[in-house]
Design a protein around this ligand. Structure first.
Ligand code: GUN
Length: 715
């Protein structure tokens, strides 16, 4: 079937939209003249002189929406050059999708000097009508001295402006990041390339360059460090491409740290060498009796039959297998981003090779020098990860290293406070801590009788639940990830968690309070309403504190006198204040959905509140409880958002840096009037940079629904 892609709208050309994300991992859309390229995606390398698989087949049979070829190879061959100039690159290759070209840098790395100038090769890419070209960067090899790498970084940056000028916005351009193994030079290179402009034009995509030798020798730890340190200074609104990376085994980890695009000739090179790719490694077919991996291409053949094929037939078959496996793993990664499990997938794949495992352990443990760009980037990845998600959390040795769990724990430790008053009306510090062990979630069922009895016995008791990922207050018993761990409490995890006890108790302000460990007992369950009402109120205050940054003092004030409507199973469904819907506890993940009354109350309390600190020009409550984050929108968007439309990127003037993706935020105008409230879909950096897509999913507009506003929307 001959299909053609639809060109993007002219005003969208070169823009990048994030449609779904999990921390740094994202599903994006890159707008080009040959269709909207959905990312993460791999661009197969096509050598126009050796078409192992025809580009038309890549498009039609394998679903590749983009490929990469080398403009220097075409430029060098007179026949190819003439045809490319006369017919255009898409016609030459017979490929209707996005065509990216490289510039000859890699040839200069492999064969030495090349005979084309910086401007000439960009102009040639324009002349043959590529979608995304590449400037002639200087390849920084890992074995070069620091001085040589500095020179490569500097020279690449110096070539950026003339390259952008030569492109003259006729094509999108790749601005590669070099820097070898030096993290500071990677970060510096990224900054210079990101900031390079000619007129209004900057680069559209940033590939990470100079890493092929690392992959060839399985130096994955240094590969991931190069990616992290480079991306520490790359803008969120441009895709990051990993030059020469095409082994499916590497995709989950690269995507988890922010890779959007890949390109590789691995499918053809490995095939030529009689090797099959799989998600877990590479397999030589030489002495194979049965297939250790599968695809529609090899099924129906035995390894022996494939070995006996002619070399071109065998290479073609293995290449087709390799392409299928590549697409399958990318689909699996995209689905993992959608379901919030990309990090667990990277964790699982890390066991495929000792070198990959080393890389994974480096990412999660290698934060020994917090000043290193890779550590700084990792910290920002953690902060950009939604800590609360409905999915279950498989227990593993690495569970405490998952970014969303680290984020959730740090928010808890920073923002949770012991109750200021107790169920009997008394105030004062806690007299004891009870750590509840055993009993499966829901703990409100398995542990409540014992907890209630303990609270009746001594009201000034703080009850914490001992979970596989650490202690959590009983008031947050239904909050994910603590209540969602799948897997039994093995001894190893128990020991690891016990090590965190003392430090966690100290941070929670409970270091000096006597601790008693209890287990749920079978007991008559007699509901004590004043205790359960008090616990429910604690739950609201604590969730507002931990997830929305509302100080517990304000949380207590604004939840005073609320009324709770319950489900048939006695779960709180809606919370009302003065008969207005204030918020709803989210039953699927334990988070909260604010309603308009709740958003107004929090917004008012912040205006009146105890402002004690200043970040940028904004007053914040204090650093631990900075108040619910605000997004300030452009006056043009106010009537639409005030009537309940989503906040779109491009209409944001500023955003509080403590915004948490997936959690509630307020939308305000430049005078801090409440316009709407909703769930943030992006970090504050992204809100200030992105130009396409939804920034805040609005739950309620806050402007009066009068005729004037409706007229503004209709017009
Ligand atoms: N292909 C693989 N690595 C590189 C690189 O560093 N630069 C360019 N332009 N192409 C590459």
């Amino acid at each position: 079937m001959k299909t053609s892609p639809v060109p993007c709208r002219p005003q969208d050309l070169g823009k990048f939209e994030i449609v779904q994300r999990d921390g740094a991992a994202r599903l994006g859309r890159l707008f080009t003249n040959h269709g909207i390229l959905e990312t993460p995606a791999l661009l197969p390398v096509v050598n126009p002189n050796i078409l192992t698989i025809e580009p038309r087949s890549l498009w039609e049979d394998f679903g590749f929406k983009a490929l990469i070829t080398n403009s220097y190879v075409i430029w060098k061959h007179e026949k190819l050059r003439d045809r490319a100039v006369n017919e255009g690159i898409h016609e030459l290759l017979d490929f209707p999708g996005v065509v990216m070209t490289d510039s000859g840098t890699f040839q200069s790395y492999v064969y030495g000097d090349i005979d084309v100038s910086v401007e000439e090769i960009v102009k040639f890419q324009c002349d043959i009508g590529v979608d995304i070209g590449t400037m002639l960067d200087v390849f920084g090899r890992p074995d070069m001295t620091r001085e040589e790498i500095e020179e490569a970084v500097q020279l690449t940056a110096e070539r950026a402006k003339p390259s952008l000028k030569a492109a003259d916005s006729r094509i999108m351009l790749n601005g590669p990041v070099q820097g070898g193994l030096h993290q500071d030079l990677r970060a510096q290179s990224a900054k210079m390339m990101a900031q390079s402009t000619s007129g209004h034009n900057g680069f559209s995509v940033h590939p990470i360059g100079g890493i092929v030798p690392l992959m060839e020798s399985q130096r994955y730890r240094e590969l991931i460090q190069a990616i992290l340190s480079s991306s520490s200074n790359l803008p969120a609104n441009r895709p990051m491409h990993i030059f020469g990376c095409g082994h499916p085994m590497l995709f989950p980890m690269c995507i988890a740290v922010g890779a959007d695009l890949f390109d590789s000739a691995a499918y053809a090179l490995f095939a030529k060498d009689g090797r099959l790719l799989s998600e877990e490694g590479t397999h030589r077919i030489e002495s194979m009796k049965e297939w250790p991996t599968h695809s529609t291409h090899i099924s129906g053949h035995t390894p022996e039959q494939v070995r006996s094929m002619s070399k071109p037939d065998r290479t073609r078959l293995l290449a087709m297998h390799n392409l299928e496996v590549t697409q399958r793993e990318l689909a699996r990664c995209r689905e993992a981003v959608r379901s919030g499990s990309i990090w667990s997938l990277a964790e699982r794949r890390s066991h495929s090779s000792p070198y990959l495992r080393e890389a994974f352990l480096e990412i999660i443990n290698g934060q020994s020098d917090p000043e290193q760009p890779s550590s700084i980037r990792m910290q920002s990845i953690i902060r950009s990860t939604d800590p609360v998600r409905p999915s279950s959390e498989p227990l593993s040795d690495d569970i405490l290293s998952r970014p969303h769990i680290i984020h959730a724990k740090s928010l808890l430790l920073q923002r949770w406070r012991p109750p200021g008053s107790w169920h009997d009306g008394s105030t004062g510090p806690p007299s004891r801590v009870i750590v509840m062990k055993d009993g499966n979630p829901p703990w409100r069922t398995s542990q409540w009788p014992t907890v209630q009895r303990a609270l009746a016995e001594d009201p000034r008791t703080v009850v914490l639940i001992d979970t596989q990922i650490g202690l959590v207050p009983f008031s947050l018993e239904d909050l994910s990830p603590w209540c969602r761990i799948e897997g039994s409490f093995g001894q190893k995890t128990e020991d690891a968690v016990a090590g965190h006890y003392a430090a966690d108790l100290e941070t929670m302000g409970l270091g000096a309070v006597p601790v008693l460990v209890m287990r749920p007992e079978d007991a008559e369950h007699e509901q004590n309403k004043s205790i359960s009402d008090w616990m429910e109120r604690c739950s609201l205050v604590d969730k507002l504190a931990v997830l929305c940054g509302v100080s517990p003092t304000i949380g207590c004030e604004i939840t005073n006198g609320v009324r709770i409507r319950r489900s048939n199973t006695n779960r709180p469904v809606n919370v009302y204040r003065d008969e207005a819907h204030f918020l709803s506890p989210r039953l699927n993940d334990g988070g909260i959905s604010l309603a308009l009354e709740g958003a107004r109350a929090i917004h008012n309390s912040m205006k009146l509140g105890e402002a004690s600190d200043v970040v940028g020009e904004r007053k914040i409550m204090n650093r631990d409880h900075p108040g619910i984050p605000r997004v300030t929108i452009h006056p043009d968007a106010v009537p639409y958002v005030g009537a309940g439309r989503n906040v779109m990127h491009g209409f944001i003037l500023k955003a509080d840096p403590w915004i948490i993706v997936g959690q509630p935020c307020l939308v305000v105008d430049s005078d801090d009037n409440l316009i709407a409230h909703g769930i943030s879909n992006a970090t504050s950096d992204e809100m200030e940079l992105m130009l396409k897509g939804v920034a805040v999913k609005v739950r309620d507009g806050a402007l009066p629904k009068d005729g004037a506003n409706n007229a503004a929307i209709d017009s």
